[in-house]
Design a protein around this ligand. Sequence first.
Ligand code: V47
Ligand code: SF4
Length: 364
Amino acid sequence: MNPTFLDHRLEDIYLRVKNNSRLSKEDGILLYDTHDLIGVGYIADHVRQKRHGKQAYYVYNQHLNYTNVCKNRCAFCAYAKDRDENGAYTWDMTEIENQLLSRIDEPVNELHIVGGLNPDLDFDYFIALLKTVKRIRPRAAVKAFTCVEIDYLSQISGRSIEQTISALKEAGLDMMPGGGAEVLSKRIHDRLFPKKIGHERWLEIVEAVHNQGIPTNATMLYGHVETVQERIDHLIQLREIQDRTGGFSAFIPLAFHSQNTQLPDLPPTTAVEDLKTIAAARLMLDNFDHIKAYWVMIGEKLAQAALAFGADDLDGTIIEERITHTAGARSAKGLTREQMEDMIIMAGFEPVQRDSFYNRIDHE
Ligand code: V47
Ligand code: SF4
C-alpha cells in the first residue's frame, strides 16, 4: 500500500524512487520547496532501509589539524589565521607524535588529518607527517588532505597531480576526506572563497584521486548565501563524477556556523533545513553508499533524528574537533563509543562500529 503524502507532489517522486529511477534537478528543488518534511523523510528512509536496513555506522577516530595558518582566508572560515596572528600554530613532528601518543591506549582506527595552506611548510613535511602517523598507528587508516591541499602540494613541489597523489599514497595516505568543495558554483566561489581552487579544479583533482585508487568523501557547506538550486547542482555534479569513478564513499552535508567568520550576521541553519538536506542528498545521490549526519555540525540530537531521514552514519568519536567549534558549534568536542552507541540505539537503529572502508569492527 502506498502512503498518503500531505504534499501530493511527493507521490510521483516516491513511485520513481521505488522504481529506481533517477531524480531530476526539478525533483531535488521540490524536496526543498515542499512543507511535507515527514513525507520527504519517509521517501529518504525507504532508500536508507533498502541499502542499510537498521544499521547505523560510526568510527573510532581522531582529528589532527596540523596547522591553522592559511593563506586562503575563506569568508566562512573561523579557523584560519595569518602566520603572525595571535593563536596561530603549526605542529612539528614531535607535536604530531605527542598528539598521537596522548591517545595511544584508545582503539582509534582512523586519523582524520587536514590543515590550512601554510607557506612555511614544504612537501617533505607532508611526507614526514604521513610516515610519523603510520609509524605510531600502523593499523589505523589515514584519511588526510582535501583536494585543496593536493592542488597546493602539487604547486609547491613542482609535481603533477598524479605524482603528488602517488608520493602521498606511498607515504601512507589511505583515503581523503570530503572538505574543500564547499559549493560547486562559480558564483559562490567568487563571493566566499576566491583564493581557493574553484569547482572545476576540485572536480578534476577528485577524479584524478579516484583514478589512482584512493577513495574520498564529498561534502557541501550549506546555510550561507547559496540558493536551493545551487545545492541541487552541487549534488548532481557529484553524482556525475560518481557515475564515472565510483570513488566516493560518503557524502556529508556541513551546516554553516557563522561565529568568528566574515559572515557573523548569518543565522544558524534550521532543523528543517538540516533534515531536508540529509534527505535530499540520500535521494539525489543514488550512486553513493553512505550519507553522514555529522553530529559536530548539527548537534547530537538532530543527528539522531537524521538517521530516520536518510543518514546511515554519524561519523565518529572525533576526540578533539577544532574547525566548527571555532565557528561557534555547541556540540561536544568528542563522544565516547558508549555515547555514540546509545545515541544510535535510542533512535531505534543498530550501531555498527566500522573502519574507514565500512568494514564492521567487532569490539567487546
Ligand atoms: O572544507 C569551514 C567546513 C570543512 C566552517 O570527509 C565549516 O569524513 C561550517 O570536510 N561552518 C572541513 N563548516 C570539515 C570536513 C569534514 C568533516 C567531517 C567529516 C569529513 C569526512 C569531512 O569544514 C571545510 C569547510 O567546508 N567549514 N568553516 C564553518 N564556519
Ligand atoms: Fe584555509 Fe580551509 Fe579555512 Fe579556507 S576553509 S581559510 S582553505 S583552512
